[in-house]
Design a protein around this ligand. Structure first.
Ligand code: AGP
Length: 612
């Protein structure tokens, strides 16, 4: 997620802006920039890379100015370059805007604005807003807030926008839709930011903006209206966090914050993925229907948690698109002389885009003539750059080593690919695809429902904190979920945890069951096949041998033998992993906390494993 700061007041604006951006560095970024209102003209500095690059670019001869906007960018549309860094300015060079989020209709906007004569200099969705605001401000005879109100009624997507104009430099205007913007109320100075961490050292008095609300700040005023221009009474509050807590949004750990960011991450990854005529939009794949129909097989390569997303891909793509899918551990792939030919599509899944095992597998596949599609969360990282195409997830920076929101968005990505392939090769009708896409759109709300009911699970988890073995059982598409639950527990609680296919229990693992052994069973979605009955038998088998059984089951599903049942909303069976994974993330998190481990930086682990 990008970092946003706005300032208007007596200080030399560069100071609170740069300090604010420094406080937001934890959000992850790949470029930074500021725009300062210097009466009649703008001073804009923006640089790819770290904040230090921007500071070095700040001309020491810069006059003291008292308002401005600042931005740290986490690249989505367009790579991390100086040109794509924010702020973006209009052709007059007088209006600057910064943005966090996704402008869904930026492309059609850009076409209209180019026809009106606007000249674009970047590949970003944000630049369309700079030119749009420039036109609208002129229509409103210099009223930037009125221009912003009109812009809100034109833009689609999720966004926080903050803008200034050189002709009224002490006026900073912001708006938010599905993306945060808070106002900081100082003494003779006011702030705007994507989160309070940016200005908490100057003031703890804040105002949270509501959906589509436009705020205008000067050193001595804060005015908020709705998108119709009606005044909104601000709801001021006192920030109770310190700066460190503010960076985690008030959560104790980044991992917990990122677990709770999953509804938004999934929603953002789904934005704009169904066209007006009901087609899955996956232009990134760059494959014609003909090429898709000629696909002989798909090989998914990944490591760790990303590998589990790859296993979900196998179930979904084979079921929907009827294309054979093999899932390979990246570090094993190239050493087994895999069968690769031009009819092979390789999908490389990686949150960081830098995992060396996966990168080396990508290189091997490309050298053998396969087309490679990357699914990645980090714009312009190595794996997407070396792939033929890339589908970016929009989870935002994932700070905790244990991958959570990235995994759920990887699952969404593979579902979109499965639906796109099935629609292109005719295995699913448009109605079927649109129905499943609507089911995907309901997932963020259903994840929210689970997160609202996790307290009892967190309580229960602490009663297992002394255990040194935990087993996870899953069947069908619940099997990757069992593996992921075990991996989370390994990497966070340092517990020997194993995930099994339920049917495998009797072929050996059941010997592990002892009195009090915790077993977590993911009950398959019974409304689509009778596998739930087989899992219920597995539960009886382990219970009879003394296991303490936690069951993850759909609302209304019949369950026997469980000490605790975690209910999840009903979804089509293939989508269940998105929901069933969430309680397992919370379970692993709580076990790590109970055992006093370093949750965000577990021992021996790195966020990105850049060695083979
Ligand atoms: C997941 O919680 C782990 N941090 C690890 O398994 C990770 O998924 C794996 O190293 C792959 O990383 P990548 O997605 O960045 O390629």
């Amino acid at each position: 997620m990008c970092g946003i700061v706005g300032y208007s007041g007596p200080q030399s604006a560069a100071t609170p802006l740069i300090e604010g951006l420094r406080r937001l560095e934890y959000r992850g970024y790949d470029s930074a920039g500021i725009a300062l209102g210097v009466s009649g003209k703008l001073f804009v500095a923006k640089k790819a890379g770290k904040l230090a690059n921007l500071e070095n670019a700040l001309d020491s001869s810069l006059p003291i100015v008292h308002s401005g906007i600042g931005h740290t960018r986490w690249a989505t549309h367009g790579g991390p370059t100086d040109r794509n860094a924010h702020p973006h300015v209009d052709n007059d060079g007088k209006l600057a805007v910064i943005h966090n989020g996704i402008i869904e209709n930026y492309s059609e906007l850009r076409t209209k604005l180019e026809i009106r004569g606007h000249v674009f200099t970047s590949e970003t969705d944000t630049e369309s807003v700079a030119h749009l605001l420039s036109d609208l401000r002129k229509e409103h005879k210099g009223d930037l807030a009125a221009a912003m109100r009109d812009a809100v009624n034109v833009l689609r997507g999720s966004f926080t926008l903050v803008a200034i104009h050189a002709d009224n430099p002490d006026v900073v205007v912001g708006v938010r839709r599905n993306s945060p913007l808070v106002v900081g109320l100082g003494n003779g100075e006011n702030f705007m930011a994507s989160d309070v961490a940016a200005f908490i050292e100057y003031t703890k008095r804040a105002i949270e903006l509501g959906q589509d609300e436009i705020v205008t700040i000067t050193p001595t005023s804060v005015v908020i209206t709705d998108s119709d221009g009606k005044l909104v009474t601000p709801k001021e509050y006192e920030i109770s966090w310190d700066a460190a807590a503010a960076q985690k949004g008030g959560f104790t750990h980044f991992m917990l914050k990122e677990i709770f960011e999953q509804p938004k991450a999934v929603a953002d990854t789904l934005i704009g993925r169904l066209s007006d005529n009901g087609q899955i939009v996956l232009d990134e794949l760059r494959m014609t229907a003909e090429e898709i129909r000629s696909l002989k097989k798909i090989t998914v390569i990944a490591c760790g948690t990303a590998y589990h997303a790859g296993m979900v891909a196998k179930y979904a793509i084979e079921k929907w698109a009827k294309i054979p899918v093999e899932v390979e551990i990246a570090s094993e792939y190239r050493y087994r002389d895999p069968i690769i030919d031009p009819g092979t599509l390789v999908i490389a899944i990686s949150q960081s885009g830098e995992t060396m095992d996966t990168l080396m597998a990508v290189r091997h596949a490309k050298a053998a003539g396969a087309r490679v599609l990357a699914i990645c969360n980090t714009n312009s990282s190595t794996i997407p750059r070396e792939s033929d195409a890339v589908l970016y997830t929009h989870a935002g920076p994932e700070i905790a080593v244990a991958s959570t929101k990235a995994l759920l968005t990887q699952m969404i990505a593979v579902y979109l690919i499965g639906l796109h392939l099935a629609q292109a090769n005719g295995q699913l009708s448009d109605d079927q695809v649109q129905h499943l896409y609507r089911e995907l759109l309901e997932l963020p709300g259903k994840i929210e429902q689970i997160l609202e009911t996790v307290e009892p699970l967190r309580e229960l988890t602490r009663s297992f904190s002394e255990n040194n073995i935990v087993l996870f059982l899953g069947r069908n598409i619940g099997y990757p979920v069992a593996l992921e639950g075990a991996l989370k527990l390994k990497e966070l609680a340092y517990i020997h945890a194993e995930g099994f296919a339920g049917g495998e229990l009797k072929h050996g693992p059941i010997a592990l069951i002892d009195n009090g052994t915790p077993v977590i069973a993911i009950l398959p979605a019974g409304h689509e096949h009778a596998l739930d009955e087989k899992m219920l038998s597995n539960i009886q088998e382990v219970k009879a041998r003394g296991a303490r059984v936690i069951v993850i089951a759909e609302e209304g599903a019949h369950v026997e033998g469980a000490e605790h049942i975690i209910r999840i909303p009903i979804v089509p069976a293939l989508l269940q992993p998105v929901l069933a994974t969430v309680p397992l993330q919370v379970f692993a998190y709580e076990m790590a906390v109970a055992r006093g481990n370093d949750v965000d930086q577990p021992r021996n682990l790195a966020k990105s494993v850049t060695v083979e």
